[in-house]
Design a binder for this molecule. Sequence first.
Ligand SMILES: Nc1ncnc2c1ncn2[C@@H]1O[C@H](COP(=O)(O)OP(=O)(O)OP(=O)(O)O)[C@@H](O)[C@H]1O
Ligand SMILES: O=C(O)[C@@H](O)C(=O)CO
Length: 404
Amino acid sequence: MLIGAIGDDFTGSADLANMIAQAGLATRLYAGPLPASATDEAAAIVALKTRSVPVAEAVAASRAAVDWLLKQGAERILFKYCSTFDSTPEGNIGPVAEALADDLGADRVLFVPSFPTTGRTVYQGHLFVGDRLLSESPLAQHPLTPMTDPDLRRWLARQTSQTVGHLPLAVLRAENAAAALAEADARFIIADAIDDGDIDRLGRLVLDARLVTGGSAIGSGLARALGAEGMARGRWTGVDGRAVLMAGSCSAATLGQIAAYDGPQRRLSVIEALSADDTFIETLAAWVLQQDRPPLIAASSPADEVTAAQETYGRERVATAIENTFARLAAALRQHGVLRFVVAGGETSGAVATGLGITSFEVGPQIAPGVPALTAGPLRVALKSGNFGGRDFFHRALEVLEGR
Ligand SMILES: Nc1ncnc2c1ncn2[C@@H]1O[C@H](COP(=O)(O)OP(=O)(O)OP(=O)(O)O)[C@@H](O)[C@H]1O
Ligand SMILES: O=C(O)[C@@H](O)C(=O)CO
């Protein structure tokens, strides 16, 4: 296993799997109880749910997953977090990186959140989303991990007792970058990177490191540095079976994709989700099966409606009810022979994968930057982070899952 990786959320892990697979490595995404032994793919990604859980829980789950990867023969470890460095002053990026660095005996660890294709870049130690500083982007208002400081050196330093340094762009692009890095007097180093050339430079720099951390782009830089391009890849085949689309993400991108989808649509209301019994699930499944074209079921609402529902019923309660409804619906539809599932939203995707009883996926072609087509037995699945994909994402996903 050339790359063993953990991701701190579900669709972020799928994003990483996509980037590594696109670079040419056969890749498997694990998303549930880990099997006794891994299959023989060159890259394995374990999807965790550690971004917003208490620090100790995140550290324990990450260490256990890395231990499993090492037992499967992983030659190097990649810790994937969000390209917008989603975390709080307590963690979880710093504490998890610290525990892994200790376990792996890594005396220098690079932090590479940059994902240039999606406009997330780091320059002078500051993270940009498009042409805005992170703290002036919508991420500053994130409900769980508000990113109010764009200086990643300062942000990471709050989360860890390790020394935090910086690899400036000019040094990265110079001939002697490796020597300069070797002499850095900090254990944790935030790396500048503003384009894919920088990502490739960083991929080469970390080739011999036991541990690297970052967004999904460094996964592809590393894979390319490993010469992945020439390696054999699994053959993707689509399926032309029944399909369903499910949206639980309320991001602006997902709301636009729902508005643009011209197939049959049905809303799943908060009230319905809170009181969903078996009869409701079967009725919803029957509606899906009656449609001539792939139908979309969406709970997604604009921010003010989400806030109102959360204030009335409780944030956790609403989220869990909607996620459980999608999970049960997916299980029922699977029983009725649905083979293609397209899901929008990280938490929603995790719930649906669990409902379908999937514990690992083979990674296929890219549907959109950050979103791969996935195979699990006879099923073809697309799991999309809230903010990813163009307006025609749902159509595009159905086409790719069908093999077109
Ligand atoms: N109408 C609604 N009112 C309140 N909560 C909702 C509503 N619709 C969906 N939700 C909940 O909002 C959450 C959306 O999170 P999810 O991770 O699926 O999407 P996201 O945050 O856009 O995606 P990502 O984490 O990939 O960026 C889920 O827990 C979902 O159940
Ligand atoms: O890195 C990203 O932007 C995504 O993979 C992600 O983790 C979104 O939550």
